[in-house]
Design a protein around this ligand. Structure first.
Ligand code: FRU
Length: 498
């Protein structure tokens, strides 16, 4: 598109990434997870299908491995696993978004790729106070170049009800309703009482928008500002995903400060009534935030999240890039519960598959290693059977001294992820435990690893637990040990990208 209209800020980012990305070795990157081209990334943005491919944008600051004025970086994929990097799509280069192009979403419409994002304006007023305004804007493009609308911002805080914050109003999720042909967007906002809420807007033409009302709001349970909302129908229910800030832990739930919640309920469009049936954490790992979804042409709802916690920065100092996304996950709702499993395309990259049936661990803590079971890029399912007593310990990414542990305590019915000895040289949080539900004395644990990532899916996707490790790549041992006798079925596939 309009090459000549490209701003200096965007040109600078594109030139910079072109030069710097070439300096980063491919082997240093994850094999099948999207990651920062160079510099810093956080939330996934604009996850959408466009002209038969899946596009992923992200919050992006190319110039350092820490957060800075937000751009939108850009990648695409045909199968959710092989990612191709594209030039940065948006830079903070206008008055209304000069302090950042914050999170948002995208759709394909009329042959064009439509992005909706939050522009941040921050300036000092003559009286000395800092004015912050977050507004929603649109940029339209061809899959590579995007032009911001001249009528931006299209949604401002002035359209919100009395008492709403104009400074915390962001992360629009855009969709088009095929029935009435209108565009809708929900955005996170907060009210006078500091509670999170979801505001709904609609438009006939993407340019003129009207406020429709509040779809859902906090009842004193889920943190403060609700960031990065998503809103979609699935399996006859209506799902809301939110990433609330400042969450307080309750039992084994919500330990990440900035956490995630999935609400399952029903939605009546007329009257915009959302009835919430259930709410639960989306992921129980140490590193998961700001997920968003798209719908594939074959009707699958696929979610991707940022695999990092805002409070734990683990990227090794020598890395020139920081930030990895989760593996895209197919979602289902079964019995009002969100089920998530890695995209089925992963099976296309299975190599060196091995299977063991009824492996008996005698107990007493003796370590078992198995031929063909090791590695750092793999998809392994372990079915732990025949115990209501034992503690089973799996060691991953191990070289003896360094290791990451996954511990199933059958009596407590908990699964613990522990990276205390993963080689991290910082005082960050290393352990997380979640409650699990064994079925007739057995628990199915699927572990997907990609060098620095460990994503655990329990009982066919009933629960997920995603965490980062940056253990040296030489540590690739896997072993099993148990206190009391237990039986294991194990299937492992290496993931090899040609
Ligand atoms: C969530 C978030 C969003 C915001 C973006 C800024 O992680 O805080 O609410 O748009 O990050 O980078």
């Amino acid at each position: 598109m309009q090459e000549k209209k490209m701003s200096e800020a965007l040109q600078k980012a594109r030139d910079y990434e072109e030069k710097k990305v070439a300096e980063i070795k491919r082997e240093q990157r994850p094999a099948f997870h999207a990651c920062a081209p160079v510099g810093w990334i956080n939330d996934p943005n604009g996850f959408s299908q466009f002209q038969g491919e899946y596009h992923l944008f992200y919050q992006y600051y190319p110039y350092a491995t820490k957060w800075g004025p937000m751009h939108w970086g850009h990648s695409k994929t045909k199968d959710f696993l092989k990612w191709e990097q594209l030039p940065a799509a948006l830079a903070p280069d206008t008055e209304y978004d000069g302090q950042g192009c914050f999170s948002g979403s995208a759709i394909e419409y009329d042959g064009k790729h439509v992005l909706m994002y939050t522009g941040v304006l921050e300036k000092e007023e003559p009286d000395g106070h800092r004015l912050i305004r977050q507004t929603q804007s649109i940029a339209i493009g061809d899959g590579i170049n995007y032009e911001k609308l001249s009528c931006n911002p299209v949604i401002t805080g002035d359209m919100l009800p009395e008492g709403s914050s104009k400074a915390d109003f962001r992360d629009p999720k855009l969709w088009r309703d095929e029935e009435d042909g209108r565009f809708y967007a929900i955005a996170g906002s907060r009210g006078a009482e500091i509670n999170g809420r979801l505001t709904l807007f609609s438009s006939a033409d993407l340019q003129t928008w009207q406020y429709e009302g509040l779809v859902e709001q906090d009842r004193g349970e889920y943190g403060a500002m609700w960031e990065c909302p998503d809103f979609f129908p699935l399996d006859g229910k209506q799902v809301i995903l939110i990433s609330p800030q400042e969450m307080e832990a309750r039992g084994l739930e919500f330990h990440n400060g900035n956490g995630t919640v999935c609400m399952v309920g029903d939605y009546r469009k007329a009257g915009m009534e959302y009835t919430r049936d259930t709410a639960a954490a989306i992921d129980y790992g140490l590193d998961f935030y700001a997920p968003q979804t798209l719908e594939t042409t074959d009707g699958r709802r696929v979610m991707i999240g940022w695999m990092q916690s805002w409070d734990n920065h683990l990227t090794p100092p020598e890395f020139k890039w920081s930030g990895i996304m989760t593996i895209p996950r197919e979602l289902r709702v079964i019995n009002n519960r969100l089920i998530q499993n890695p995209v089925r395309e992963l099976a296309d990259y299975y190599r060196n598959s091995v299977q063991y049936q009824n492996i008996a661990l005698v107990g007493g803590g003796e370590e078992l290693t198995l031929d063909g079971i090791s590695g750092r890029s793999l998809d392994m399912t372990v079915e732990i059977k025949g115990t209501e007593e034992s503690r089973l310990k799996m060691e991953l990414a191990s070289d003896g001294a360094r290791k990451t542990m996954l511990i199933y305590d059958a009596k407590q019915q908990t699964l613990t992820f522990d990276r205390s000895y993963a080689g991290i040289k910082r005082d960050v949080i290393h352990q997380r435990t979640m409650k699990v539900e064994p079925k007739e004395g057995s628990l199915k644990v699927r572990i997907v690893m990609d060098k620095y990532t460990v994503e655990v899916f329990v009982n066919d996707g009933q629960q997920a637990m995603s965490s980062l490790i940056y253990t040296d790549m030489g540590a690739e041992g896997i072993s099993f040990s148990a206190e009391e006798p237990v039986t294991l079925d194990i299937t492992k596939h290496d993931i090899v990208m040609e």
